[in-house]
Design a protein around this ligand. Structure first.
Ligand SMILES: Nc1ncnc2c1ncn2[C@@H]1O[C@H](COP(=O)(O)OP(=O)(O)OP(=O)(O)O)[C@@H](O)[C@H]1O
Length: 419
């Protein structure tokens, strides 16, 4: 019988603090980002002098506290504005999924209208982007005061930087506008229109990757708030002063070093610790150990792989299933064998079939995504070279079958591979 809720002992005192999602938990300080926050401060400070905030482009790899840092400074400015009766609005537009300036504009119109009308305004549809931009200006003029527009993951708009171009030159009366673009795509920044770069890129703030010590301190602060019997001694809020009856000494260093070795991503470090704590809490043993961090890493990687495979195209999924089938039958995943198997499998579902060289491209795509491993070797004297494909080291054939069994296009093939 599965366990009931509510009666278990727990290691948590505030479980939400270990949420990595910036919408769910906002850190109240980011000491590792003092310099970057100072620069943001400088860009926003003109507001306190009745001037216009400077436009800023915030750049850095994923999970470096860009969004958390911008939110923190915007919240501090909002506090100042509330205390000083200064009309300030901050709109945060996540641009992910907005593949064009057009979609950013529709989201912006909605957000700005919601300032006046409250939640629940629909995004406008059926307008030209110039009309949408005029709607934005109308809204801004009506709101007045200072409006700071944060465009998060702005690289989503690709090459279409119309919205940035127009917003960075807009000067509607009587409102003062500040633009903060956030991106982790260096190429996007370099490709921006020269005028946009000279305005938005004038104040560029770079968030460089965290090292293992930074991550240990970030995790220690989160742990103190999230877990019971966990505190800093002598008033020093860093890892070396952490005391905990719940965390074994090696837990945070291991999570921090795993994340530092990869990309120095604080989100990844927090997710590792959070997952490890959940696993330990679920076991009900009251302490989190290094083995929980290792198990957490494995689980997170497995889930990420499942997401990647689920998002592949139908042809790549079938190509992957040929390799799974070869592996389960101990046969060699040589391109010609796999292609033969591929033609057989395609016969069971309604799909077009690819010639061998195009099929091989699908296998190579999967190798690029680190789902498959590719090995190139000679066929024997005078016989040329051949490629063999196998599942990459950490990819389990059963979890691929489990992931794809409910797929509407290739689910039937999974049954055949299994049988
Ligand atoms: N210095 C820090 N102190 C405390 N928490 C931090 C710090 N830096 C990042 N975080 C936390 O790490 C997570 C990821 O941060 P954030 O979303 O701000 O990164 P980002 O650079 O904007 O990433 P992305 O480019 O992927 O959006 C959040 O939970 C955030 O609170």
């Amino acid at each position: 019988m599965s366990q009931g809720f509510g009666n278990e002992d727990t290691i948590y005192q505030d479980v939400d603090v270990l949420e990595a999602d910036v919408g769910k938990y906002k850190p109240s300080e980011l000491p590792e980002r003092e310099d970057e926050l100072d620069k943001l401060h400088m860009a926003l400070r003109p507001v306190t002098m009745d001037g216009s905030p400077r436009d800023v482009l915030v750049y850095g790899p994923t999970g470096q506290g860009k969004t958390a840092g911008v939110q923190l400074k915007a919240d501090q400015l909002q506090e100042w504005a509330d205390e000083n009766d200064h009309q300030l609005e901050v709109v945060h537009i996540p641009c992910k999924g907005a593949d064009k300036s057009y979609h950013v504009l529709t989201r912006l119109v909605k957000e700005l209208r919601e300032i006046r009308k409250g939640q629940g305004v629909d995004e406008p549809s059926g307008y030209q982007r110039k009309q949408l931009f005029e709607m934005v200006l109308d809204e801004l003029e009506t709101i007045g005061g200072t409006v700071i527009i944060i465009l998060d993951e702005i690289d989503a708009i690709g090459e279409d930087d119309y919205v940035l171009y127009e917003l960075s030159r807009a000067n509607p009366d009587p409102v003062k506008i500040g633009l903060i673009g956030i991106t982790n795509d260096l190429q996007f920044r370099n490709n921006l229109d020269a005028d946009v770069r000279s305005s938005l890129g004038q104040r560029e703030i770079t968030f460089n990757p965290y090292n293992s010590n930074h991550l240990k301190n970030i995790l220690a602060r989160r742990a103190v708030q999230a877990l019971r019997d966990t505190y800093f001694e002598d008033g020093h809020e860093d890892f070396t002063h952490l005391q905990s009856d719940v965390l074994n000494g090696g837990t945070i260093p291991l999570a921090a070093s795993m994340a530092a070795q990869e990309t120095g991503d604080a989100r990844q470090a927090i997710e590792l610790l959070s997952y490890a704590c959940d696993l330990a809490d679920d076991e009900g043993i009251g302490t989190v150990a290094e083995r929980h961090v290792r198990a957490a890493k494995e689980e997170i990687e497995k889930e990420a792989l499942i997401d990647t495979i689920g998002a592949e195209t139908t042809q790549r999924k079938i190509a992957l299933l040929t390799v799974v089938s070869a592996e389960l039958n101990d046969s060699i995943g040589e391109t010609t064998n796999l292609h033969r198997l591929y033609l057989d499998l395609c016969g069971y579902i309604d799909t077009n079939t690819l010639k061998q060289h195009t099929f091989r491209e699908k296998l190579n795509d999967l190798a690029h995504s680190n789902i498959l491993a590719k090995d190139r070797h000679g066929r024997g004297r005078g016989q040329g070279m051949s490629n063999t494909y196998s599942l990459a080291g950490d990819v389990d054939p059963q979890s691929i079958l489990d992931t794809l069994e409910d797929d509407s296009r290739v689910g039937d093939i999974v049954d055949i591979v299994r049988s």
